[in-house]
Each structure stands twice: as structure tokens, then as C-alpha cells.
Design a protein around this ligand. Structure first.
Ligand code: THU
Length: 141
């Protein structure tokens, strides 16, 4: 566990946005609210929340919502991600692969929305070693 107060202002800003984005989660079926805040290389922050559906398999995770929003705005390089949920959960496998499409090394901070003073900091490469690749890596693409 990391004491979040020890992290710099760039993390504090993302933590507040991820917790705020979590309030918008559409989690009618699981009632498990997730918020995400993703910082692009130019500093822009993109937010995401989970969006569930009556056809359960169509549910969109918070992390993928943030990635899609960023890519639609022209951002493809990312420097920090905060995920806020009850219990500081790690991102699901599908979201790890989607994040790895754009950056192999991404620090990811998991914040427990019930105790927002604590969190866990990971590297994407540690959470997803040996991600699937179809083409050789092309930085910036
Ligand atoms: N969920 C996320 O938003 N991100 C994850 O990494 C794991 C799961 C959401 C999907 C669903 O709406 C709810 O959490 C319960 O699985």
C-alpha cells in the first residue's frame, strides 16, 4: 500500500478526477462503480467510468472508456492512469491489453474509493507481461 499523500501533485489531480468520474458510473446491474483518469503525454486528462448494459457482455470498463475518449481526441501516448473503485482493484485483462496497445510502460495507481488515502502503484508491464502483438511496435502510432 502506498500513502497517497506522498505522491506529487500530478497524481493528486488524477486521483480527484478518477473519484469524480466514478460518480458518473452507470453500474445498474453490478452496482460496482469504477472511475478512471488517464493523462496524455501533453498533460491533457481524459476521464472514464464503467457503462453497463442489459446485455451484460456489452459492458464497457472505466479504463477503456477513458482510452476511447483520449484516442477520439487525438491522444495516443499516456503517462499516468488512476483507477478508483471499492477495494483498489486491478484492471481486468481486456483493459490491460487495450492500454498496452498504446504504451507498454504506464504507471497505474489503484485507489480504494472507500479509503482514498491509500492506494497501490503498478507498472502496466508488470500487470501484463507478454501482451499480444500483431505488428512490430511503432512508437507514436
Ligand atoms: N470494471 C471496470 O470498469 N474496470 C475493470 O478493470 C474491471 C471491471 C467494471 C465492469 C462492470 O461494470 C463492473 O466493473 C463489475 O465487473
Amino acid at each position: 500500500m502506498t500513502d497517497l499523500a506522498s505522491l506529487d501533485g500530478s497524481w493528486q489531480e488524477l486521483i480527484a478526477i478518477a473519484l469524480d468520474a466514478r460518480q458518473q458510473a452507470y453500474a445498474r446491474y453490478s452496482n460496482f462503480l469504477v472511475g478512471a483518469a488517464l493523462r496524455a503525454a501533453d498533460g491533457t486528462i481524459f476521464r472514464g467510468c464503467n457503462v453497463e448494459n442489459a446485455s451484460y457482455g456489452l459492458t464497457q470498463c472505466a479504463e477503456r472508456t477513458a482510452v476511447a475518449s483520449a484516442v477520439a481526441a487525438g491522444a495516443r501516448q499516456f503517462t499516468q492512469l488512476v483507477i478508483a473503485a471499492s477495494g483498489a482493484v486491478t484492471p481486468c485483462g481486456a483493459c490491460r491489453q487495450v492500454l498496452a496497445e498504446f504504451c507498454r510502460e504506464l504507471p497505474i495507481l489503484l485507489v480504494d474509493a472507500d479509503q482514498p488515502q491509500h492506494g497501490r502503484l503498478y507498472q502496466l508491464s508488470a500487470l501484463l507481461p507478454g501482451c499480444f502483438e500483431l505488428l512490430p511496435d511503432r512508437p507514436g502510432h
